[in-house]
Every structure is written in structure tokens, then in C-alpha cells.
Ligand binder design. Structure first.
Ligand code: ZN
Ligand code: ZN
Length: 416
């Protein structure tokens, strides 16, 4: 039999807990979602521990796990994954940070942060970011503004260490002096380099014309960069070497694109795929259909972020609506796969639970349904509690790719 292609649809934070104010139901149990239910009915269902029992996953660690990589081994901090997601290339000795543009004031030679996100006003940040690329005696500095008030910083040079503290004070107030976190010379040096960078940022950004334009528009100056989450990229085996699959990643958020790039998935950019609730999710599905029809990739990961963002806001009705919107575009995918005979195994799941009552990620299991050449079960509804009774039972995040490999006829026999 012919091998099938694999589409893995990850609706970020879609799983939830029952809400007492909504008849003890979860958003998935309330939403009208005929296409998700079709995947459950015609497929095999189960629940999954993205990382481990009771471990609330981050999106990046969960996506690593769902791609078959043990996050405890391969996750090296948020900085490097953000930098990769923003499209920067990382050498193995580079130190990467995630950053915010912020608003600062100097008093008595000390820098005080008055707004940690520079009022979130994005105007001019791309251009301002470009000014922060320069060479010093100690290291090359590479900076790129990413989405909103965020950006990424990479220090490139000899004898650098990621064992340093953040310059971000994580609240308004005096900026933190960066300190080495171990006794190595490299850590001391890197801390100094970052402190100097902060001083220099303040000078460069305040002098810029664009800054004056921001101020003329009544916006807060974006005149300092706060850095945190220092890390190096690790040695991660490439996805195509590990599985022999030519893989692609369709995602709006830098965080997930970074995971995709770290394992060598091709990033397919979709316009207006922002990762917010109003993201162009139809565009993502269209891009996936195009990939399948044009036969370019054997494996496509689609991340839809809006469900997570809404959950953090605690908006139950909004989450139900978002699930219904996702369901509509899934209908398009299912139709196209059957009409065009696109021999495909489709898995639908979430990367973690983000409960609208807790407003945070939690360590609950997530539902999963797989459509393809599977042993179907009795489950007809895609929800946390229905899927728990399904034929897949309880799986671990890092088992998922093996299961999909096997179902798509790529399983490698162990033993004779
Ligand atoms: Zn997530
Ligand atoms: Zn989240």
C-alpha cells in the first residue's frame, strides 16, 4: 500500500476544563463543530500528555515533543527559538535573547523603565531595530524586531556564555544590571557586553529621527531594549534525517516557527497569519491544501494560535466561536482531501490545555483524533472527555510522530 502524507493540526491551547458557569462543559463540548466530530467519528481518538502527567507545557516545548523531540533534552531556552522563528540564523556559539522595546528615562545616570512595552505602539520599531546591528570589539550584535513590541537579539563572537541574567526588570523601575550566573570569564564578558549594548541602545534609539516621529505622533518613545531568556541553539537532529519526511510548518507565531526551523521544517509564510484570534486561518488551510496537491511535502504541521490567546483572556464564548471558525476551515481541508484523493493521514489535537477559568496553561491531557487507515472506535465527538474513551488510549506527546509514521505506512519494524 502507498504511503500517505501526514497533516498535523495543532489548535493551540484548545483543550480546557469544564466550566461551572457553562453547565460544567468545556468550550469544545459547547461548540458546534461538525468537521472535528467527523474526524473523531471516522478516525481513532485518544488523549495525550504533551510532555508528561501534570506538566503545564509551553507552546515551544510542547511542539518539540509533538514532533518527537524530548524537550528536556532539546529545549535550550526561549531566546534561540524566538531568534530562529524571527528568521535569524544561529551558529552554535551565538547567544540569543528575546527582547522588548520599552520606554526609558535616565535619571542620575541610571536608566529607569517607565513602560515595559513602549505603549505597545509598533510604529517605527522595524526601522529602529535595524539601527541596532553593529560590530564592537567584543562581539557582533544582530537585532531584529519581530512582532508587536518584541524583537530578538543575537551576540556573535568568541568566548561568550548564555549563563547571564536578564536586563529586563520584568516590571517598571530601574533596569537590571546584567550579571554572570557562573564564575566563567565568558559569562563575565557576555554580561559586560550586554550592559554596554543597553547603554548604547539608549543613545542610538533616542537620536533616531523615527523616535522623534513617534513622539510627534503622541506615542511613547521606544528607546531601550530589554533582553531576557539568554540561550544557545542546541544540536538537534533534523526532522528529515530522523523520520525521512520532508516537512513543512505553517504557523503565525514566532515561537512555533522557531521550533519548526530548529528541526529543519520548511516555514511556509501565509499573509495575515498573525497568531491572533483574527488570524488568516483559511489562508493556512489553503496553503496546506496547495502543498498536498503540489506534492512538495510529506509532512505538514499547522499551528492555529487564536484558541490559546482567547483562553488567556478567560473568554469562554470567544473560545467557542474560535473553535467554530477553525471547524469551518477544517471542512475545506477534509473536502479537498476526499475530492482530490489526496492520500493523507490527518491528526487533530492541541499542544496543551489553556483553561479559560485558570487563564493559563495547565498539565491536563489534550484530546487527539487521527483520520486515515486507522482502527476506528465508538467516539463520535471531538472533546476532552469523549476522546478519553477512544481507541488510542493515553499517549505521550513524544509518541505521536511514531504513531503517525506507522499509520502512514512508514513504521520501521523493531526486531525480526
Ligand atoms: Zn501553545
Ligand atoms: Zn498560551
Amino acid at each position: 500500500m502507498q504511503q500517505t502524507k501526514i497533516v498535523l493540526i495543532i489548535c493551540d491551547g484548545m483543550a480546557d476544563r469544564p466550566d461551572r458557569e457553562h453547565n460544567n462543559k468545556t468550550p469544545l463540548e459547547v461548540a458546534s463543530k461538525p468537521n472535528m466530530d467527523k474526524i473523531a467519528r471516522d478516525g481513532i481518538c485518544g488523549i495525550m500528555n504533551p510532555i508528561g502527567y501534570g506538566i503545564p507545557p509551553g507552546s515551544n516545548t510542547a511542539h518539540l515533543a509533538l514532533l518527537g523531540y524530548n524537550p528536556y533534552e532539546y529545549y535550550t531556552g526561549r531566546g534561540p527559538f524566538e531568534a530562529l522563528g524571527a528568521g535569524l540564523n544561529l551558529g552554535k556559539d551565538d547567544i540569543a535573547f528575546r527582547c522588548n522595546f520599552a520606554t526609558a528615562e535616565k535619571k542620575n545616570n541610571k536608566i529607569f523603565i517607565t513602560d515595559r512595552r513602549a505603549g505597545r505602539g509598533e510604529f517605527g520599531m522595524k526601522e529602529l531595530g535595524k539601527l541596532l546591528n553593529f560590530r564592537t570589539d567584543d562581539a557582533d550584535v544582530v537585532f531584529k524586531a519581530s512582532s508587536g513590541h518584541r524583537g530578538v537579539l543575537v551576540l556573535r563572537g568568541k568566548n561568550l556564555s548564555e549563563k547571564i541574567s536578564d536586563s529586563d526588570p520584568h516590571s517598571e523601575g530601574e533596569i537590571k544590571e546584567v550579571r554572570p550566573l557562573d564564575d566563567s570569564d565568558a559569562a563575565k564578558r557576555t554580561a559586560q557586553i550586554l550592559n554596554k549594548f543597553t547603554e548604547r541602545c539608549y543613545e542610538i534609539l533616542n537620536r533616531s529621527e523615527i523616535q522623534s516621529e513617534r513622539i510627534n505622533k503622541g506615542m511613547l518613545p521606544a528607546n531601550i531594549i530589554l533582553a531576557r531568556g539568554a540561550g544557545k541553539t542546541g544540536e538537534i537532529p533534523k526532522f528529515n534525517e530522523k523520520y525521512g519526511l520532508n516537512g513543512a510548518c505553517i504557523a503565525g507565531v514566532t515561537l512555533v516557527k522557531g521550533v519548526g526551523r530548529s528541526v529543519g521544517l520548511n516555514i511556509i509564510d501565509v499573509s495575515s497569519a498573525t497568531g491572533h484570534a483574527d488570524s488568516n486561518i483559511e489562508g493556512k488551510i489553503d496553503a496546506c491544501i496547495k502543498e498536498l496537491k503540489e506534492n512538495r511535502h510529506d509532512f505538514i504541521l499547522i499551528n492555529i494560535k487564536g484558541t490559546d490567546e482567547i483562553s488567556h483572556d478567560g473568554d469562554f464564548e470567544g473560545k467557542v466561536e474560535m473553535i467554530e471558525r477553525i471547524d469551518k476551515v477544517l471542512g475545506k481541508l477534509l473536502l479537498s482531501v476526499s475530492e482530490n484523493n489526496l492520500n493523507t493521514t490527518i491528526a487533530l489535537t492541541a499542544d496543551h490545555t489553556t483553561s479559560v477559568t485558570v487563564k493559563e496553561h495547565s498539565g491536563d491531557t489534550v484530546p487527539i483524533a487521527i483520520l486515515g487507515d486507522v482502527r476506528t472506535d465508538e467516539i463520535c465527538k471531538f472533546s476532552e472527555r469523549e476522546c478519553a474513551k477512544g481507541g488510542l488510549g493515553v499517549i505521550k506527546g513524544t509518541d505521536l510522530l511514531n504513531i503517525l509514521m506507522d499509520l502512514s505506512r512508514r513504521g520501521k519494524k523493531f526486531g525480526a
